[in-house]
Design a protein around this ligand. Structure first.
Ligand SMILES: Nc1ncnc2c1ncn2[C@@H]1O[C@H](COP(=O)(O)OP(=O)(O)O)[C@@H](O)[C@H]1O
Ligand SMILES: [Mg+2]
Length: 216
């Protein structure tokens, strides 16, 4: 991977619009040419981060999703921002549209119309063997053509066959816990789960998992 200079980074940050940041700095920056810069701050040991740079994992996941016909950002460049510490980044073309979370916050009454298609999308992910640990409303984009796509795809594994029932439950438990954390408890989670094809209050439903602390 090539190394991007501090000056280039400064330029991107200076001309772009920071969309997301945390205590370690900017995470997602919309550049003035329409591309997005994603910076992968990592808590991994520098040796590990250098061996398997996050930017490359992100790129690999985008490829795996594309192979399965699932829309995700198109990565156009990968680079080191600080090779010593293992800080990497990438440039990608964003997906058009806004996240389901933004949609829900803007017009919560409209979410009911969207639920069947959202359930179908999540089922499609699972049938294609995609286990996306960060599967939540902020990382699912609703595109103008009515399709869904994924962003923030670092934390994702793909397997050959469909996910097993246990993994499906675990994935839904992540989503439920996310809704609780974001205080989106009015979101019709049970209806979504039911549409997906499971009883909303089954003995082995995600409720049990969400409180057991096992759903990491
Ligand atoms: N490919 C994309 N298409 C559209 N919007 C995006 C895209 N990637 C990021 N965004 C916007 O940037 C925000 C944060 O991006 P994300 O990759 O989820 O970073 P974070 O790690 O902060 O969650 C999203 O809420 C969304 O508004
Ligand atoms: Mg995100």
């Amino acid at each position: 991977m090539r190394i991007v200079s501090a000056q280039q980074l400064e330029k991107w940050l200076g001309n772009g619009r920071v969309l997301e940041k945390d205590g370690r700095g900017p995470k997602v920056v919309a550049l003035d040419d329409g591309r997005f810069l994603k910076i992968f701050h990592t808590r991994r040991h520098p040796l590990l981060a250098r061996l398997r740079p996050a930017a490359r994992r992100f790129f690999g996941n985008a490829e795996r999703l594309a192979q399965r016909g699932i829309r995700a950002p198109r990565v156009v460049d990968l680079f080191w921002l600080d090779r010593e510490t293992g800080l990497s980044g990438c440039l990608y073309q964003p997906l058009p549209g806004i996240s389901v979370e933004q949609l829900y916050r803007q017009e919560p009454q409209k979410i009911a119309e969207l639920l069947p298609a959202l359930a179908d999308f999540i089922r499609c992910l699972h049938e294609h063997g995609v286990y996306f640990r960060s599967l939540h409303l902020g990382n699912i984009i609703r595109m103008p053509d009515g399709q869904f796509g994924l962003i923030d795809i670092l934390d994702l594994r793909c397997r050959q066959g469909a996910l097993g029932a246990w993994q499906v439950k675990r994935n839904f438990a992540h989503l439920r816990r996310y809704l609780e954390r974001r205080k989106l408890t009015d979101f019709p989670f049970d209806a979504l789960y039911e549409l997906y094809g499971h009883p909303a209050h089954g003995q082995h439903g995600p409720d049990a998992l969400a409180t057991s602390g096992k759903a990491k």
